[in-house]
Design a protein around this ligand. Structure first.
Ligand SMILES: Nc1ncnc2c1ncn2[C@@H]1O[C@H](COP(=O)(O)OP(=O)(O)O)[C@@H](O)[C@H]1O
Ligand SMILES: [Mg+2]
Length: 133
């Protein structure tokens, strides 16, 4: 699988991101439960991009651990939106500035092996996750 970029700006793009991530995970050999985990993460994080930044993109990247003994899928969600003032607060279960459930970020973190969020007010947001096979 090659690196792919999916633009995110509508409800439909969120659905596309979800199904493309599932298809990529399946093609790479992830088991069914992990395909669902990755699809859920894609849906939650793509939704955040559309909801809070208006637009952005998802980069899907097959990756290998150093030494090449395991393969995984890296997903990068990036936008140039308003950014997050308090990242630590945003990572807490139930924290939402939009009366949402506040589970998108913390829930996604629990579903992957690696989770990194880079964000600053006025600078946009980038969330990078990896799940290993
Ligand atoms: N891409 C983003 N740009 C700006 N703010 C974001 C972004 N993603 C998340 N946030 C902030 O982090 C909070 C928590 O996100 P999340 O856990 O997905 O919960 P919810 O979307 O239900 O509010 C959001 O309410 C929002 O304030
Ligand atoms: Mg959310």
């Amino acid at each position: 699988m090659e690196t792919r970029s999916i633009s995110l700006e509508s409800e439909q793009d969120i659905a596309v991101a979800r199904s493309e991530v599932r298809a990529a995970a399946e093609a790479m050999g992830f088991r069914a439960l992990d395909q669902t985990r990755l699809a859920t993460v894609a849906s939650e994080l793509a939704r955040n991009v559309v909801k809070y930044a208006g637009r952005g993109r998802l980069i899907m990247q097959p990756t290998e651990a150093a030494g090449g003994h395991r393969r995984g899928l890296r997903l990068i969600f990036e936008d140039s939106g308003p950014g997050i003032t308090d990242v630590e607060a945003a990572m807490r279960d139930g924290f939402s500035t939009s009366r949402g459930l506040g589970k998108g970020l913390p829930g996604s973190k629990r579903l992957v092996d690696e989770f990194k969020i880079e964000s600053a007010p006025g600078q946009g947001t980038r969330v990078t996750v990896v799940r290993w096979i």
